[in-house]
Design a protein around this ligand. Structure first.
Ligand SMILES: [Zn+2]
Length: 496
C-alpha cells in the first residue's frame, strides 16, 4: 500500500529529528557547560519547531487518518502503529499552535521559578506559575474532546488503559492493607546497627563499585555507557545505544548503588528490545509503569535481597575496608532495607515509597476534579503526610515543593511509579514458577534473569500494551495483592 510506505518515510524523518534532539538532551544533562544553555535553547528551539511541523503537517495527518480509515485492511503490526500514531495526533493537532508555544515558554520558565521557590522555601513564589500550568492543562484536555474525566485523560497519557477506577482500587488496597502494616513496622522499636550508612565514602571508590555492578547485571557495554548527573536517569535512542547515569553522595553511598541498579533495570529493558521495532512507531519500552516495574525489580527485588549481598558484600568491603570493618552482612542487609517515615519521596525506602505516591495521586485527583485550589496544596499535603506516614513537614521545601514534575506540567505521571513497583511484584511471583531466583542471584548469574525478562517482556518493545503484557506473562490482570504480599513477607521478617 502506497500510504504505508509514505507513513514509514515520514516516520523515519521524525525519528531522525528526534534522534538529534535526544543526543543534545543527553549532552545537556551530563556534560554541557552551564554557559552554553542560552545558545543551545535557541538552536534546539529551531529543531523542535521543525519536528513539531513534521508531527502535525497536513500531509502526515492525511496519511495517518487515511490509513486509520482502512484499519481492517492493515496487518496487525501496522494496525498497532496507526492506532498509537492516531492517538498522539488526535491530541496534538487540537491545541492551537500559539497556545502550544505559550505553554512551552511557561514550562521552561516555571522550572527555574520552582527551583528558586524550593531553595527559598517559598510556595507563594511558585503558586502563580502552578496555577497557570494547571489551567493550561485543563484547557488542553478540554480541546481533546475526549468524553471522560480530565484526570482519566491525563492518567491514560502516561499509562495506556489506566484510569481512576483502577488506581482507586489499587490505592484503596494500599490504604487498607499497607498503611496499618507500615505503622506496625515503624512502631516495632527495632534498633539497627546503621551508623555506617552515613559514613564517608569517597566518590572514586563508589564509582569503582558502580562499574562492578554494571558487569554483575550483565549490561552490554558495547551498546551503552554510564555517566554522572544530579538526578539519575536512563536515556536511549534505540537498543544499540542505551546510556544511564548515577550520582555519588559521599555521605550516603546507598544513593549511588541503588540509583545505578535502578537505572540498569531501565537500561536492560531498552537494550533487550528487538531491534526490529526501531523503525516503527512501536519502539522503546511500552509504558512508564512497565518501565518502572523493570527498574524496581532490579533495584528492590534483586538489589535489596540477602542473596545479592551474600555474593557482593565481600567486594564492597574490599573497596571500603575501613568504613565497613565492623559491619556484618546481616547489619548491612538490614541497613539496605531500613524503614523510616521520611519527608522526601526520592529518598524513601521500599516499604513507605508508595505511600508518598498515594499522597500525590489523591492531590492530583482532587485538583482535576475541581475539589481544591492550588493555594490549598501545602496544607493538604501536610495533612496527608500526617495521615499516612505520621509526620508533618516543617516547611514546603520538604513538602509540596519537593518534586519537579508539576513545574513541567506532568500530572498523572506519579501513579506509574507505585504501579511499577506493584507490577514488579506480580512479575516476580510468575518468574518464581520458572526460575529459582534466589539460587540464580547467589550464583551471580543475573544473565539468566535478564533472559527471562527479555523473552517475556523486553523483546516486544511497545508492540504490546501494558495490560496485554500483564495478562500474557502472569495469566491475570493487574492484581496489587502480590505487591502487598511481597512487602509483608519481607518486612515482617525484618521488623516484626
Ligand atoms: Zn525509574
Amino acid at each position: 500500500m502506497e500510504q504505508i510506505s509514505k507513513f514509514k518515510e515520514m516516520l523515519m524523518k521524525q525519528k531522525a529529528y528526534g534522534y538529534v534532539l535526544n543526543l543534545a538532551g543527553w549532552d545537556s544533562n551530563t556534560e554541557a557547560p552551564r554557559g552554553a544553555f542560552a545558545r543551545r535553547a535557541e538552536m534546539l528551539g529551531v529543531i523542535s519547531g521543525e519536528l513539531f511541523e513534521l508531527n502535525t503537517s497536513e500531509e502526515y495527518q492525511e496519511v495517518v487518518y487515511g490509513l486509520f480509515k482502512k484499519f481492517n485492511e492493515l496487518d496487525d503490526i501496522t494496525q498497532r502503529e496507526i492506532k498509537k500514531a492516531k492517538k498522539d495526533l488526535d491530541k496534538i493537532i487540537k491545541i492551537p499552535k500559539n497556545e502550544f508555544v505559550e505553554y512551552n515558554k511557561l514550562i521552561n520558565l516555571s522550572q527555574l521559578v520552582w527551583e528558586d521557590a524550593k531553595a527559598n522555601n517559598d510556595f507563594n513564589a511558585f503558586k502563580g506559575n502552578l496555577e497557570k500550568i494547571v489551567a493550561f492543562t485543563k484547557k488542553f484536555v478540554d480541546y481533546y474532546k475526549i468524553d471522560d474525566h480530565p484526570y482519566n485523560v491525563l492518567l491514560d497519557g502516561f499509562e495506556d488503559g489506566m484510569s481512576m477506577k483502577e488506581y482507586d482500587e489499587f490505592f484503596n488496597t494500599l490504604k487498607e492493607d499497607l498503611v496499618p502494616f507500615v505503622k506496625e513496622v515503624l512502631n516495632s522499636g527495632k534498633v539497627l546497627n546503621d551508623a555506617f550508612i552515613t559514613d564517608f565514602y569517597p566518590r572514586e571508590k563508589q564509582k569503582e563499585f558502580a562499574e562492578y555492578l554494571i558487569d554483575v547485571l550483565a549490561f552490554n557495554r558495547d551498546n551503552g555507557l554510564m555517566k554522572e548527573s544530579v538526578h539519575p536517569f536512563t536515556w536511549n535512542t534505540h537498543s544499540t545505544d542505551v546510556r544511564f547515569t548515577t550520582r555519588y553522595l559521599e555521605d550516603f553511598m546507598f544513593s549511588s548503588i541503588f540509583a545505578a541498579i535502578h537505572e540498569l533495570g531501565h537500561a536492560t529493558y531498552e537494550q533487550q528490545i528487538d531491534p526490529k521495532w526501531d523503525d516503527t512507531y512501536l519502539d522503546g519500552g511500552t509504558s512508564m509503569g512497565i518501565h518502572e516495574s523493570q527498574s524496581r525489580f532490579y533495584e528492590n527485588i534483586i538489589g535489596r535481597s540477602l542473596e545479592f549481598w551474600e555474593v557482593h558484600y565481600p567486594k564492597l568491603k574490599e573497596i571500603f575496608p575501613e568504613q565497613l570493618k565492623n559491619v556484618s552482612l546481616d547489619d548491612f542487609y538490614r541497613g539496605v532495607n531500613k524503614v523510616e517515615a521520611s519527608f522526601v519521596r526520592v529518598e524513601a525506602d521500599e516499604l513507605t515509597y508508595s505511600l508518598h505516591i498515594m499522597i500525590r495521586y489523591e492531590i492530583e485527583r482532587m485538583l482535576f476534579s475541581d475539589e481544591v485550589k492550588v493555594e490549598d496544596l501545602p496544607e493538604i499535603w501536610n495533612e496527608k503526610m500526617v495521615e499516612y506516614l505520621g509526620i508533618e513537614p516543617s516547611n514546603d521545601t520538604e513538602g509540596v515543593l519537593q518534586d519537579v514534575h508539576w513545574s513541567v506540567g506532568m500530572f498523572g505521571y506519579f501513579p506509574t511509579y507505585a504501579l511499577g513497583s506493584a507490577y514488579a511484584a506480580q512479575f516476580y511471583y510468575t518468574m518464581k514458577k520458572d526460575l529459582n531466583i534466589e539460587e540464580i542471584v547467589k550464583a551471580n548469574e543475573i544473565k539468566t534473569i535478564n533472559n527471562w525478562l527479555k523473552e517475556k517482556i523486553h523483546q516486544y518493545g511497545g508492540s504490546k500494551t501494558p495490560k496485554e503484557l500483564l495478562v500474557e506473562v502472569t495469566g491475570e490482570e493487574f492484581n496489587p495483592k502480590y505487591y502487598i504480599q511481597l512487602l509483608k513477607d519481607k518486612y515482617g521478617k525484618l521488623y516484626l
